[in-house]
Design a binder for this molecule. Structure first.
Ligand code: SF4
Length: 336
């Protein structure tokens, strides 16, 4: 993205959602059980004004529901509280998340007039079967159209995708990533599917009609997705649900919930890179893999799992992983 952001989040759970996506219970995911009011927004902004400013542009963000599908008067009352915060110099702009079928030119013009400058669009998948089975209620074409309108209107665009929804496969997730890249977003969020209690997905899973997207599977898939976005110069600004007390206490019944999912994925990417490098090493040779010093623990993996995996997969190679200062690459063959 063009600039660093300091985000002040306000959660508007389930407000405005015309469809109950089968994986979603925003009250549990956000930890916010009641609708938010303009007074709440003003109070939050006042509290945050006491915090030191980091120098990054500060955005007030309406997250959680489908903001632009809320009745217009409610949207405007919340946005007005946001506009006041901009006028008072407490935030620089507004940000919100919404659905692809709740975006048109008129809506975007209104949002811009209140000071919204970033829109996060929940695409979730670009595969029609996955969208249908997840109860999204919109097509992939709606995602393309909404993304184009948002960009043409001058907003910063963040796209969200999920992995492991009903009907999803690694190939479909890779396809979704490529389709999202083609929409040229300023950033993406990737949310591997978590089975939250109280959702339709939870019932499906309990009846044995949905196989959970495990942490291991999510790490494997995301380690292939992330490099695609990186190669396209698109930052992945979030990987995995933000941990909350409720989710950690058991509301996340199964699926890809792990407080350090992003770290696990980065560690897996380094493991895959090491595997590629070792392919060219002849049996009987001894090599050292150099790793950027700050990535050493990621390269070794949790409990040195990566190193053990490599030693198991390449028993014929003498292997050492060593930290290197000022390395030009994350991981590379140092030679003997
Ligand atoms: S995923 Fe988004 S659109 Fe679907 S129910 Fe949840 S908040 Fe609403």
């Amino acid at each position: 993205m063009s600039a660093r952001r300091s985000i002040l989040p306000v959660f508007v759970p389930h407000l405005g959602c015309p469809h109950a996506c089968i994986f979603c219970d925003q009250r549990r995911i956000s930890g916010q059980p009641r609708p938010v009011t303009p007074q709440d927004v003003r109070a939050l902004v006042r509290q945050s004004a006491a915090l030191p400013r980091s120098g990054a542009a500060r955005q007030l963000a309406f997250y959680g529901g489908s903001f632009t599908a809320i009745p217009e008067a409610v949207q405007n009352a919340l946005l007005e509280a946001g506009r006041e915060a901009i006028e008072e110099g407490r935030v620089d702009s507004l940000r919100l998340s919404t659905r692809p079928d709740a975006v048109d030119e008129e809506i975007l013009e209104r949002l811009w007039s209140f000071g919204v400058r970033t829109i996060e669009l929940g695409a979730q998948s670009m595969d029609e079967e996955v969208l249908r089975r997840s109860g999204r209620g919109h097509s992939a074409e709606k995602v393309r159209r909404a993304a184009r309108l948002i960009r043409e209107a001058g907003f910063e665009l963040i796209l969200q995708m999920m992995t492991g929804l009903p009907g999803d496969t690694l190939e479909k997730s890779l396809y979704t990533a490529r389709e999202l890249i083609a929409l040229e977003p300023d950033g993406v969020r990737i949310y591997p599917t978590v089975i939250v209690r109280g959702t339709e997905l939870f019932d499906l899973w309990q009846r044995g009609e949905f196989r959970e997207h495990t942490v291991e599977e999510a790490v494997d898939w995301c380690a292939r997705l992330l490099p695609l976005f990186e190669a396209a110069g698109i930052p992945v600004i979030r990987l995995g649900l933000n941990p909350t007390e409720e989710l950690s206490a058991g509301e996340a019944a199964a699926g890809a919930y792990h407080p350090a999912l992003g770290e696990l994925v980065k560690s897996r990417i380094l493991l895959n890179r090491a595997r590629d490098l070792l392919l060219s090493v002849p049996a009987g040779a001894s090599v050292r893999l150099g790793v950027r010093r700050k990535l050493l623990s990621q390269a070794l993996g949790q409990h040195r799992q990566n190193l053990e995996t490599l030693l198991r997969e390449y028993p014929q190679i003498g292997l050492e992983i060593v930290p290197v200062d000022d390395a030009a690459q994350d991981l590379f063959l140092l030679g003997k």
